[in-house]
Design a protein. Structure first.
Length: 440
């Protein structure tokens, strides 16, 4: 190709394609197509976009992703409080919770703790969380006990409350669980029942005094003895007291605030004969620093003589205290069962109701202690059973209670349970005792 300048007055350059010696040419040297436009390689963005997989990656510590994830999680838990799928996915959730706490990042820890608090109020989750406290409490302690600046006080506030363990051992009239259970609960400010927000002018001390200082129990640790009379299964009662004491010591070892706050142990009122021996066994298992005897001089003298504790105190019984008759105690037990299986509606409308859940007979595994498989017959109708989540049958003896059901009917191919909540059951392992709800 050559350039020629003609006589044109505009002196325009003219291209000529006739000179083969020209080094540049627009003609393809062959028919291989090397001169065709090359297709651009797809970028990673375009590849993910075509596969409908956006966003490709999310940096969890860069806004707005942390706020979006936190808000979505909280709203999901709020709307799914009665959904049994939350409980079924608890094991996988807690592994991520532990991983998040291990980051020791202040913002991450704050949000995770708030999520755990919301998770605990979902149906059935609070009780099941007890199995995971031992795994996450050491991480919380590391964060709580490290040297914090003035701007990090929220971390301590979220992790450390004024904690106290309240144990209930009156298997007939216990306040924490249903009749036939012994258990423990961590008490914080959240346990105190206060007036509605509209009554902000109410004096809380006066309100508590007028309403006998009501409490609501959260995050309970329960064992199902299955009997309201300790004399029938005294060996089983002592076994579960030992198991409960071991669990509490594990929690106190994992969380110094629990150990520092101490424990209040409420025992039953049977203090003669075998009842006294069971009381002494309970004291020996827990080894308390103080034993307080209310209104029983003979018991006080006996415990003082036996030196069951470093300090034994005798206090007079309040003049307002009344002895509860057998019929009153029986009515109270029935009332607690009625309240459990017919909970009040969540909204202002509606009436209390329970739910019937039908399960195939082949799927129900019913046991009694000493552990043996119990045949499903009509003789177990109206029996209150404890539902436990275990990997194998032999682990039932050390399992805590997830919730309670009442057997309404045993059919040829299925069993109908009365449940306080609808939906499928998270476990098919049940412990049978002698507690019955005759109104089922």
């Amino acid at each position: 190709m050559s350039r020629q300048r003609g006589d044109d007055p505009l002196n325009c350059d003219v291209l000529s394609l006739d000179d083969p010696a020209t080094p540049m040419t627009a003609r393809p040297t062959s028919s291989s197509g090397r001169s065709k436009p090359k297709a651009k390689d797809k970028s990673e963005f375009r590849r993910y976009f075509d596969q409908n997989e956006l966003p490709m990656t999310v940096e969890e510590s860069v806004e707005p992703y942390p706020s979006l994830a936190f808000k979505a999680t909280m709203e999901l838990l709020e709307h799914g409080m009665a959904d049994t799928r939350v409980l079924k996915s608890l094991a996988s959730i807690m592994s991520h919770v532990k991983g998040a706490l291990s980051t020791r990042d202040k913002e991450v820890v704050h949000r995770v703790l708030l999520v755990v608090q919301q998770l605990a109020v979902c149906d059935g989750v609070g009780e099941a969380l007890g199995e995971y406290y031992r795994a996450i409490l050491p991480l919380c302690n590391l964060l709580k006990d490290k040297r914090l600046g003035t701007g990090d006080s929220m971390t301590k506030e979220l992790i450390q409350d004024t904690l106290e363990i309240l144990d209930a051992y009156d298997i007939g009239q216990g306040e924490i669980g249903l009749p036939g259970t012994i258990g423990a609960s961590v008490v914080t400010r959240d346990n105190f029942v206060v007036p509605a927000p509209a009554d902000d002018q109410v004096d809380l001390a006066e309100y508590g005094s007028e309403h006998n200082f009501p409490l609501t129990w959260l995050r309970n640790l329960l064992f199902y003895v299955g009997h309201t009379n300790m004399s029938e299964k005294d060996w089983l009662f002592k076994w579960y007291v030992q198991q409960l004491a071991t669990r509490i010591r594990d929690k106190q070892a994992a969380d110094p605030s629990l150990a520092a706050s101490g424990a209040v142990i409420n025992t039953c009122g049977w203090v003669e004969g075998k009842g006294l021996r069971l009381l002494l066994a309970t004291i020996a298992i827990f080894q308390p620093s103080h034993v307080v005897v209310l209104g029983d001089v003979n018991l006080y003298d006996h415990l003082l003589h036996e030196q069951v504790a470093p300090v034994v105190l005798g206090l007079p019984r309040s003049y307002l205290a009344q002895r509860r008759s057998a019929s009153f105690r029986r009515d109270t037990r029935n009332g607690r069962l009625r309240t459990y299986f017919t909970p009040p509606p969540r909204g202002s409308l509606g009436s209390p109701e329970n739910f019937h859940i039908e399960v195939a007979t082949s799927q129900v595994r019913l046991f009694t202690l000493v552990l043996k498989r119990v045949p499903l017959t009509e003789s177990v109708n109206q029996a209150v059973v404890a539902m436990c989540v275990v990997e194998s049958d032999h682990m039932l003896v050390r399992s805590t209670v997830l919730g309670f059901l009442c057997i309404r009917a045993v059919n040829k191919d299925s069993v109908v349970f009365v449940s306080p909540r609808p939906g499928p059951l998270p476990s098919n392992h049940f412990l049978l005792g002698q507690v019955q709800w005759l109104e089922a």
